[in-house]
Design a binder for this molecule. Sequence first.
Ligand code: KDG
Length: 321
Amino acid sequence: LPQAVCLGESMAVLLPEQPGPLDAVGGFRSAVGGAESNTACVLAGLGVPSAWISRVGADGFGRRLTGELAARGVDVSAVAVDPHRPTGLYVKETGGSAHPHDLGAGRSRLHYYRAGSAASALSPELLADPAAARLIGAARLLHLSGITPALSDSCLALVRALLALPRNGRTVSFDLNWRPALWRDRDPALLRNLLDAADVVLLGADEAEAALGTGDPGELRALLPRPRSLVVKQDAHVATALDRDGTVTVQPALRVEVVEPTGAGDAFAGGYLAGLLHGLDQRGRLRLGHLAAACALTSPGDQGRAPDAASAEALLAATEA
Ligand code: KDG
């Protein structure tokens, strides 16, 4: 049975064939994306048997999603197919054209078409689903993100129910993944209690500043006293882990040429959490997080190829000074 379970919506993705505003783009290439399933792929790539739990539509995009994740070694046995609601979609816009409405070189924006999607109907009923309950019950790690509670009232209720489950030795990790566009109808202040109910919290200083009012690691630790570990990624150069016992571990990131940043945070989470499950100390976990993020940063699209377990081990040993 999988050791890690990642739960949340994934979507079909349309990637523009050239930069510019959507009205000026001639064509799109289809792909798949989704924060928690990106993390599941990285975990699987690093040798952690992993599952992704979600819902998809009874459509081609849904088949593509489950097919691609299964091909990357992720267990999709508990992904439900909704006969009526569609698979969610997002369209990516990238900057760098001469068009007057261009976002600006190096900038990108996700346009979501996901209201009423199959995954937005996730609810606490999931806990009564035998396939999902079996996976969650056996997992050593349950990974959630701050995207899911923004999707619908039933999704928020599910996240609350999952955080309230007896742990039985399981770690619950929570990646803030602040998406302001999804929070127009809901108060993001509720994120603080959700984060504080997890065991391991991952967040970027910038997004924490926007969602919680501070990006300062010490202030965040005071704001979120309950998690065992708080991992703060600061301006892409350094990550700091603050443990509940007061231990602080600071680890600089790898220097890489950024090709496409989407998915780097999900990859960082996958690397860090793989390190946790492999029994690495805090520094080793942060390093593996940086390494997985570097792979995502240097490849186009959402899903960087994670280093396989053997090359990750070799790279980690090589940087062990
Ligand atoms: O982290 C990358 C994600 O933002 C992308 O895959 C889409 O899951 C997604 C979301 O909800 O923004």
